[in-house]
Design a protein around this ligand. Structure first.
Ligand SMILES: Cc1cc2nc3c(=O)[nH]c(=O)nc-3n(C[C@H](O)[C@H](O)[C@H](O)COP(=O)(O)OP(=O)(O)OC[C@H]3O[C@@H](n4cnc5c(N)ncnc54)[C@H](O)[C@@H]3O)c2cc1C
Length: 318
C-alpha cells in the first residue's frame, strides 16, 4: 500500500513508523530483524531503509603515494526492503539518491523495486561525498531531488528513458521527499528551501518527511509556512532521541539542527550516558505526545540501528 493510503485509512489516528540503516558490509540480515522485531507490536505500516552511496578511501602505499579506493560500507537497501516485506508483510520504503546514480541506474533501480512489489520510494539528492565540499551529480545523473522525482513520475506514466520502447508498463510509486524545518544546510534561506520543496511536490511527490528536530515549535512553524506556500501534502515529523553526551556536538554538526537550551542544560547535568539515554527518551516522549495531540498522522523515528530507546518511547505513546 502507498504511504498516502496508510494515512487515509488510519482515520486520524497517529501511526508509528521508523527508519533503519542496512547493516555494515559483512554483517547478516538477522541484525536488522533483531532490531525490527521488538518494534512490531506498535504496528508500523511502513519502515524506511536508508541508501548509502560509495565513499572514497585513500590508502597510503609503500612508495608513500595515496591510492584511491571506492568502498560501499552499507550496501543492500533493496535486498533488505524485499526481506522486510516478505517477513513482516508491511511496506518497506527504500531511499534512492541522485548521488552516484545515472538516470539509467535510477530507472533500473526503480524497475527492480517495481518487480519486487515495492510501491513507495523516498527520493533524495544525497550529500556530497565525504572528501568533497559540494555535491556533484553523475555525468548522466540528477542535480536535485526534484529532478529525480520527475523521472519517477515519468515512469509512473510508462515513459522510460528509451523512447523507442513500445507497450511499456507504468510503475505506481508513491514518492516521499525530505524537508528541513531548520533549513537545509546549503539553502540561503528557509523561504528559498521551501520554494524548492514545493517544486518536488509539483513534480509528483506525495508526502514529506522532515529532518529531526528537538523543539516542536520549529516543526509547527515550518508546517505553517509550507501550508502558506500551498504545500498541502502530509508532512511527517522525524524524531530522534538523544542518547549520548557526545551527540550534543555531533547532532548539530552532522544534521545542522539546533538543540533547545533546556535540553542542553539537562544533558550536561547527566552523570553518564545511561542518564542521557533516559533523558533523551523522556524528551522524545514529550515531543511525540504533543505532536500526537496535534493530530499528526505519522511519527517517524530515526532508530539508527538501535531499537531499545525507540521501544521505550513507543510503549508510552502508541
Ligand atoms: C528524511 C530524510 C531521509 C534521508 N535519507 C538519506 C539516505 O537514505 N541517504 C543519504 O545519503 N542521505 C539521506 N538524507 C540526507 C539528504 O540526502 C541530504 O540532506 C541532502 O544534502 C539533501 O537532500 P534533498 O533530497 O533534501 O535535496 P534537494 O531537495 O535536492 O535540496 C538540496 C539543496 O538544494 C536546494 N535546491 C533544491 N532544488 C534547487 C534548484 N532547482 N536550484 C537551486 N537550489 C535547489 C535546496 O534548497 C537544498 O538546499 C536524508 C534526509 C532526510 C531529511
Amino acid at each position: 500500500m502507498k504511504v498516502t493510503e496508510h494515512i487515509n485509512n488510519a482515520n486520524g489516528k497517529t501511526q508509528f513508523s521508523f527508519e533503519i540503516l542496512p547493516p555494515l558490509k559483512g554483517q547478516n540480515v538477522q541484525s536488522i530483524f533483531d532490531n525490527i522485531d521488538p518494534l512490531m507490536e506498535f504496528k508500523p505500516p511502513f519502515i524506511d531503509v536508508t541508501y548509502h552511496r560509495e565513499e572514497y578511501v585513500y590508502q597510503e602505499q609503500e612508495n608513500g603515494l595515496l591510492k584511491k579506493k571506492v568502498v560501499k560500507k552499507r550496501p543492500g537497501t533493496v535486498g533488505i526492503c524485499a526481506a522486510i516485506q516478505n517477513k513482516y508483510h508491511l511496506d518497506a520504503i527504500p531511499h534512492i539518491l541522485c548521488g552516484g546514480f545515472t538516470k539509467e541506474d535510477t530507472e533500473n533501480f526503480l524497475i527492480d523495486l517495481d518487480f519486487l512489489g515495492i510501491n513507495n520510494v523516498m527520493a533524495l539528492r544525497g550529500d556530497a561525498v565525504k572528501t568533497e565540499t559540494y555535491f556533484r551529480p553523475e555525468k548522466e545523473g540528477h542535480n536535485y531531488a526534484s529532478d529525480l522525482v520527475s523521472q519517477i513520475s515519468e515512469l509512473n506514466k510508462g515513459t522510460y528513458l528509451d523512447e523507442e520502447l513500445l507497450n511499456t508498463s507504468a510503475t505506481n510509486f508513491c514518492v516521499g521527499v525530505a524537508a528541513y524545518p531548520e533549513k537545509h544546510m546549503e539553502a540561503p534561506s528557509l523561504d528559498s528551501d521551501i520554494k524548492f520543496l514545493k517544486k518536488k511536490i509539483i513534480n509528483g511527490a506525495e508526502y514529506i518527511v522532515t529532518q529531526m528536530f528537538f523543539d516542536n515549535k520549529k516543526y509547527f512553524d515550518f508546517v505553517q509556512k509550507c501550508r502558506k506556500e500551498g504545500i498541502t501534502v502530509p508532512i511527517i515529523p522525524g524524531l530522534k532521541p538523544i542518547a549520548t553526551k557526545k551527540q550534543l556536538n555531533l547532532i548539530p554538526h552532522r544534521f545542522h539542527v539546533d538543540l533547545p537550551e533546556e535540553l542542553i542544560l539537562e544533558v550536561v547535568k547527566c552523570k553518564d550516558n545511561d542518564q542521557v539515554k533516559k533523558l533523551g527518551i523522556e524528551w522524545c516522549i514529550q515531543q511525540s505526545r504533543e505532536l500526537q495531540k496535534a493530530g499528526i498522522p505519522v511519527l517517524h523515528y530515526y532508530s539508527m540501528g538501535k531499537s531499545d530507546n525507540i521501544k521505550a518511547i513507543a510503549s508510552q505513546v502508541f
